[in-house]
Design a binder for this molecule. Structure first.
Ligand code: ATP
Length: 256
């Protein structure tokens, strides 16, 4: 199978400080790959670098587009990059407020990305927004309310709908369940698990929470000090961690 995304020796420095260093991996279609590590280990830097939101320092990054081309992402023009982000990628932020437009309704938040990819029929856009609200377990009768009228967990589900409505092939997620109550987190994780498998999504997800990784990910990359210190199948890495840092991470949480 051809990888959807291939990174080789990716590095990013901030001045003299290491953001991430020498990261290589392949992400396959339909696969959920989790980047885990403690605060400051370089997870967000790596995710933002892969999603082309932060300039890459060095290395290579290739993507197999929906049209069957292999794109050299680091050589892509700005308009092509924006098109890719709009049509094939999604990015779910940790804080839903960063990923939603606060001045427009829930329905418009879901409908806008559809318009950005060419949808024009108001009735169809509203129907899609209604369906997506139900799909992320939001009360569709609240479609005209502003995001601020929704709870944190609901806002996160709204952000997920906004990202998935265009049926992206690759979704980046930065700590999507952080900052939520445990019960709200569990419901959101359940929803994410269902959506990723039914939509056959490829996902790169950052978390410091081993429980999230265990529930969602097929594979893990464990980061420490900007480097991947261990990678492999989720159960393998969590049940039989080889690197001392992974052993500490795993032993510091209760089994899920
Ligand atoms: N914009 C920036 N300018 C300078 N240094 C940065 C910047 N962003 C991150 N860093 C540094 O890069 C390193 C990795 O940070 P990063 O935010 O990627 O870690 P993280 O694992 O995502 O942490 P957290 O879980 O707290 O978000 C840290 O040493 C951090 O101080």
């Amino acid at each position: 199978m051809t990888p959807l995304l291939s990174a080789r020796a990716l590095s990013k420095q901030y001045g003299g400080r290491n953001g991430c260093r020498n990261v290589s991996f392949d992400l396959y279609p339909g696969e959920v790959l989790c980047i885990v590590g403690e605060s400051g280990s370089g997870k967000s830097t790596l995710l933002n670098t892969l999603a082309l939101r932060t300039p890459v320092g060095s290395g290579t990054l290739h993507y197999a587009s929906a049209h069957g081309e292999t794109l050299d992402l680091l050589a892509l023009s700005e308009p092509r990059k924006r098109l890719l982000m709009r049509t094939e990628w999604g990015f779910v932020q940790q804080n839903p407020r960063d990923g939603l437009r606060s001045s427009v309704s829930a329905g418009a938040n879901i409908g806008e990305p559809l318009m950005a990819v060419g949808a024009r029929h108001y009735g169809k856009i509203r129907e899609a927004a209604t369906q997506w609200m139900a799909r992320v377990e939001l009360d569709a009768s609240r479609i005209d309310e502003l995001p601020s009228a929704f709870s944190g967990g609901m806002q996160q589900r709204l952000q997920i709908a906004r990202n998935l409505v265009t049926r992206p092939r690759l979704v980046f997620m930065d700590e999507p369940t952080a900052g939520l109550d445990v019960s709200v987190q569990a419901r959101l994780l359940d929803l994410l698990r269902t959506l990723t498998s039914t939509l056959h999504l490829s996902v790169l997800i950052v978390t410091h929470d081993i429980g999230v990784a265990r529930l969602l990910a097929h594979r893990l990359m464990v980061m420490q000090g900007g480097e991947v210190v261990e990678a492999g199948l989720t159960d393998q890495v969590l049940d039989d961690p080889q690197h001392p840092y992974t052993q500490t991470l795993v032993s510091s949480v209760l089994p899920v």
